[in-house]
Ligand binder design. Sequence first.
Ligand SMILES: [Zn+2]
Length: 244
Amino acid sequence: MVQTTTSQTESRPTPTIEDYLAVIYVMERDEDEIIAARLAESLEVAPPTVTVTLKRMERDGWITIRPRTSTTKKTGRAGEQGKNIRLTRKGCEAARSVIRRHMLTEWMLARMLKVPWSRVHAEADQIEHTISDEIETQMRTNLDDPQLCPHGNPLPGYEHLAADWLALTGVLLGEKVIIRRIHETAENNHELLEFLETNGIVPGAAAEVVEVLSFNQTVSLRLGKKNVALGFPIAKYIFVEKVT
Ligand SMILES: [Zn+2]
């Protein structure tokens, strides 16, 4: 009989908890505040489910939940809105582990199986939980130790690489840019990824900002001979490097 599980994968959180940990890690990294309502949206589950799962995660030592005193008094709300959610050290390590496995899987699907760029994220979401540490190491070596995922998001430990990239909403008319990153939050929107891929708005592409209409909340890019208009709610998740 073949032993398929190893002790190290058994000590990992369940796939559901791994998904929560990864989303919490990104929120903590970028916004320094974990909002339960945003978690529910991001994970596509009902808010009461999030509340129950967060309590279980606290019990199992993945996160801490503390009352956020001033906010709680001001809003008078008892829910997670008034709570301060933080990853524990163990939670942070588990989050980094699943994010790494996710991003390596994306590269494996893209490079070896030629899965389209817009699909690798969703496919990797299914596979990431089953990869052992040993396979992860082999993937790293075989994929030449990537520091960014195919969407330009940094692997844990390489966040500094993305530090100087600007959101497209902060770029001025006439500026020339290189597309560097489609933020993790936008990766869950498959229709959006397909649109970006079809229009060549992928990491490494050169573009010029040819129109900014603040009243209309749009920014237009020229890529080659094509112009593409993006709404600010999307543009804020696209990061670029200015060409000087
Ligand atoms: Zn990605």
